[in-house]
Design a protein around this ligand. Structure first.
Ligand code: MLT
Length: 269
């Protein structure tokens, strides 16, 4: 895997690349880093050019400010692709917060988009109560670090059977949350609280789209994601068995197969 540290969007962004061909941008959720895509990097770099950033503030990337909006993340990714000389349109695959960023990448950089893969995400904005909760959580994390977030988030992220076994994906996610920079966590929480409602815009999406959801996802439930798929013209919808919100880690084989099939259909026209 090739790794770089690239000055973009007012900070240094860490990005990892593997393989050649169609660019596939894998954008992680909150508060994770590029390693959540490790099984996809391994499986899909044989058929495409996988580009996997640590979003600003996360992993090995610097943090540009006290609030980072989904629009800023999207613009930073577009600039990052320029710096990497990825000039052709990309397949943008985002999980959860990565999906919130995908909507803004579509809205602001649609000429750079070949296709969308939306994993375990939502199109609605936060309610005022949810925004207030994000602000309280941001203050708590700045005071106490990210440990309280582990206890609050883990039960919602996994299929019950995976959580009960404390399986390897649970330990991996716990580690990612514990290692996350509190200032970045706070900045992303504030940014997610500002994100717009995209539900009314879904019908305008014209690129091929794949919607993926874990059958036990408690954060972006299958019914809600099916509505997203129904609102996007021609979108495909895949439910991943034995998975909750963290589908790429919980059932990597099924996620890889769904993405692989979608890429095959894209390539065959
Ligand atoms: C994520 O996985 O990115 C988060 O659950 C998104 C959110 O907090 O809305």
């Amino acid at each position: 895997m090739r790794s770089h540290q690239i000055p973009v969007g007012g900070t240094d962004v860490a990005v990892f690349e593997a393989g050649e061909g169609l660019p596939l941008l894998l954008v992680h959720g909150f508060p994770f880093n590029h390693t959540m895509w490790r099984a996809q990097i391994e499986a899909l770099s044989g058929r495409c050019h996988v580009v996997v950033p640590d979003l600003p503030g996360f992993g090995a990337s610097g943090l540009p400010g006290e609030t980072v909006t989904m629009e800023q993340f999207a613009d930073t990714l577009a600039e990052l692709l320029d710096r990497l000389n990825v000039s052709g349109p990309v397949v943008f695959c985002g999980l959860s917060m990565g999906g919130y960023i995908a909507w803004q990448f579509w809205a602001r950089h649609s000429h750079r988009l070949k296709a969308l893969i939306l994993c375990d995400t939502r199109a609605t904005a936060d309610t005022p109560e949810a925004v207030a909760f994000r602000h309280r959580t941001a203050e708590q994390v700045l005071r106490e670090g990210t440990a309280p977030l582990v206890e609050a988030m883990l039960p919602k992220l996994f299929a019950p059977a995976i959580l009960q076994r404390n399986a390897e994906p649970v330990q991996h996610v716990r580690q990612m949350i514990l290692e996350a920079n509190p200032a970045a966590v706070a900045a992303a929480l504030r940014g997610m609280g500002k994100r717009p409602d995209m539900t009314g815009k879904l019908g305008q999406i014209r690129c091929p789209t794949l919607v993926i959801v874990g059958e036990h996802d408690a954060i972006s439930p299958p019914g809600e994601m099916q509505q997203i798929a129904q609102a996007i013209p021609g979108a495909k919808f895949v439910t991943i068995e034995a998975a909750g919100h963290m589908t790429p880690l919980e059932n990597p084989a099924a996620v890889n197969q769904a993405i692989d099939r979608f890429l095959g259909e894209l390539e065959s026209g």
